[in-house]
Design a protein around this ligand. Sequence first.
Ligand code: SF4
Length: 445
Amino acid sequence: MHKIALVAISGVRVKDQELAQVGLTLPGFIERSRVISSLPSLGLLTLAAHVPNNWECTYIEASESIDPAYTRILTDGYDVVAISSLAARIDDAYHLADRLRKNGRFVAMGGLHVTACPQEAAQHADTIIQGEGERAIHACLKDFENGTTRAVYNSLQTPGLRFDFKDSKVPRYDLLNLSKYNRLTIQTSRGCPLNCSFCAASKTISTYKKKPIKHIRSELDAILKIWPDAFIELADDNTFIDKRWSKELVQLLSEYPFKWFTESDISVADNDSLLEALADSGCAQVLIGFESVNQAPLVSIDQNNWKARRWSRYIESIRKIQSFGISVNGCFILGHDGDDPSVFQKTYEFIQESGLSEVQITLLTPFPGTDLYHRLNREDRLFKETFWDQCTLFDLTFHPKGMSAEQLTTGFRQLMVDLYNPEATWQRKRAFAQQRRLRNHETNR
Ligand code: SF4
């Protein structure tokens, strides 16, 4: 039996110390950060399901120091170590890979960042996986057994490595110590056709595709067996693109006792029957990327100005979704080229007026491989060519256009305080809870 360790380097630390200090005191900010940092790596659990049967898998997380993972891997004697990491922790991932290779371990690396920066990653790994990993990991490990591993397994360029969701397997949730987590993730779709210029997730790994409902059922059944009242987070980029399939999905979810959360675009508000089904299915919250309260930055943010055309109906749509008892977590990015110093007050006022029950604000971040990164690089506006440890969504990495860097960072910090202080956080939650009670009262009459 061969042994593989699947290592997730997770957890993101804000570099801007002033902002970090402010964030640590804000309950509304801490809450979501806690949720994100306690999610297991669904990507690696999925790969584990596609590892050949004669391989034994172990899942390891390195959320703080990489040292415990390093020691464990050397002690337990794995044949192959597969490492995945976000951009913000990629230096730690490379460091771990370098140390393991010096000790004779065979290291494979994959994920979004590695896919975007293959030449960089190849300096630290024996093999890299670009794009989807399901078929690639299987091929790589079979090649390892035969001593014929390749330097690159690229599903984006190799038809034989492309993955079809009809071949999905249930992620290896059994590898997890469940007591460490407050929710589990499943993926029902991959990619997003909107192609926002700043979005690394939407197309780097795969074009948009949906998982067959019967496979999603198998995954939910597997979770039900190990965690009957789990909270489920759909690890999708944009769940409700195909409304007909979405209704089937929501119907399926309604058959389970789970509360669940997902990410969507605003078009979910167009469809009353979908909203009704969502409300009845245990959907606790949808996270929606509004990106800006101003229309100008939305023009050309995606290929067809889709978000710009939706902008005038943002508030109406939020109110409609929430009127069905579904909380909306609204995401706004600060630092677009069309933003000037008035954007902070406007964002605050918009959030107050809309009645959003939760909000997330982040700084515009040019992740490698995105159109945004290439444009800012061309315009010579990046502070540095590589700044991966600052891809935290809260650190400024480029010269903004409509204000100075100082104005952007101080305005952002103040907006965080205004939005995430205990009183503001409590008021948003209370207003939404009242709305939900009213709806429950109406529907029970
Ligand atoms: S709508 Fe969301 S998931 Fe889709 S491309 Fe834009 S940011 Fe990415």
